[in-house]
Design a protein around this ligand. Structure first.
Ligand code: ZN
Length: 339
């Protein structure tokens, strides 16, 4: 009698228990998240979207740790979304951000034929917001979010998982993706800001930007300070601190209403160069001359090209999906799974 009992037990084991363990192992439902204490405070402890064998890892130069780290692509996207967009934004805006962040990574990854990060030849991307794309570790998320950490993490992970593998393509190629915080109400064409024009960029209306605390800001410089900064960069300029109003003039504007060129002390300077020289929020700026100082009022935050994050959040609040958002800011594109 005993041989068939053990046979039945073996069949139960094979048919029921082993598949259950396998399914559990690959389940997107994350059990580790519910027991953070067991994972301690090690780096990467909440970063656990399941790897897929077909997806190559991202070699990321972490500018905080000062080394290259290997990350599963989808885990990299979680850290990039967490760094690049407030977690308080609508889910569909976070999903649009996830697709944009993933597109940037895939475009650069050598495994997909990209050139990698130009500043860090051993890496596909770096974590510098001013170069490739910002990225933060799980530890940094905990520091930034404190008691909201778990809720924010789950929300961003959801945005990444619901768009898993999706990127923005133009004629079957991942696009060269640009996005920014806040526009001046209209986005800038790529050609206004960068040396090359790209077919999927253009000027589009971007309502709702006034929701952003960075929509309008004023930068104040004493007359002497303004002149000192300018002459350090342009020593041949004849700019002097008396009567600045008579020496500064905006020469031309771009199609999106940003400053194209400004004349300062006889020197013509590109709006983009002027912005970086004075650390301004955007190239949509105006001057106000006072007795001893010059005030520069800016509208928008960032270069203005591609998706505005605040505009994306506004669209999401009005019921648009992440695909609607991406198709609004990038022209003639598709949102599809990468190959
Ligand atoms: Zn880089």
């Amino acid at each position: 009698m005993r041989w068939w009992i053990s046979l039945i037990l073996s069949i139960i084991l094979i048919v029921l228990i082993i598949p259950a363990l396998i399914i559990k192992g690959f389940s997107p439902v994350d059990t580790v998240n519910n027991s953070p204490a067991s994972r301690g405070d090690q780096q990467g402890d909440n970063i656990n979207i399941t790897r897929q064998a077909s997806e190559p890892d991202v070699a990321m130069y972490d500018h905080i740790a000062k080394k290259v780290v290997m990350l599963a692509l989808e885990d990299y996207v979680v850290g990039a979304v967490a760094a690049e967009m407030p977690a308080s934004f609508e889910l569909e805006a976070l999903k649009a951000q996830a697709v944009a962040a993933r597109t940037l990574a895939i475009k650069k990854m050598r495994a997909f034929g990209g050139r990698g990060c130009e500043n860090h030849p051993q890496a596909d991307v770096c974590s510098m917001f001013s170069h490739c794309q910002a990225w933060i570790s799980d530890q940094q998320m905990k520091k930034n979010w404190k008691e909201n950490y778990q809720a924010n993490y789950e929300k961003i992970k959801k945005a990444v998982e619901e768009t898993r593998g999706y990127i923005i393509t133009y004629r079957n190629d991942p696009i060269e993706v640009f996005y920014h915080s806040t526009s001046n109400g209209r986005t800038a064409d790529a050609g206004e800001v960068f040396s090359t024009s790209l077919p999927y960029y253009g000027v589009v209306n971007s309502p709702g930007e006034e929701d952003s605390p960075r929509y309008r800001q004023t930068f104040t410089f004493s007359n002497q300070e303004f002149v000192r900064i300018f002459k350090k960069r342009y020593p041949k300029s004849n700019l002097n601190a008396s009567n600045l109003a008579s020496q500064i003039r905006i020469k031309s504007y771009t199609e999106s209403g940003r400053v194209k060129e400004v004349i300062v002390g006889g020197v013509t300077v590109k709006g983009t160069d002027f912005r970086f020289l004075y650390g301004l929020n955007s190239t949509d700026f105006k001057f106000r001359f006072e007795k001893d100082s010059v005030k520069i009022d800016t509208t928008g935050y960032g270069h203005g090209v591609g998706m505005s994050q605040v505009g994306a959040n506004h669209m999401a609040k009005q019921g648009h999906t992440y695909v609607d958002i991406l198709k609004h800011y990038y022209k003639g594109i598709e949102v599809e799974k990468h190959r």
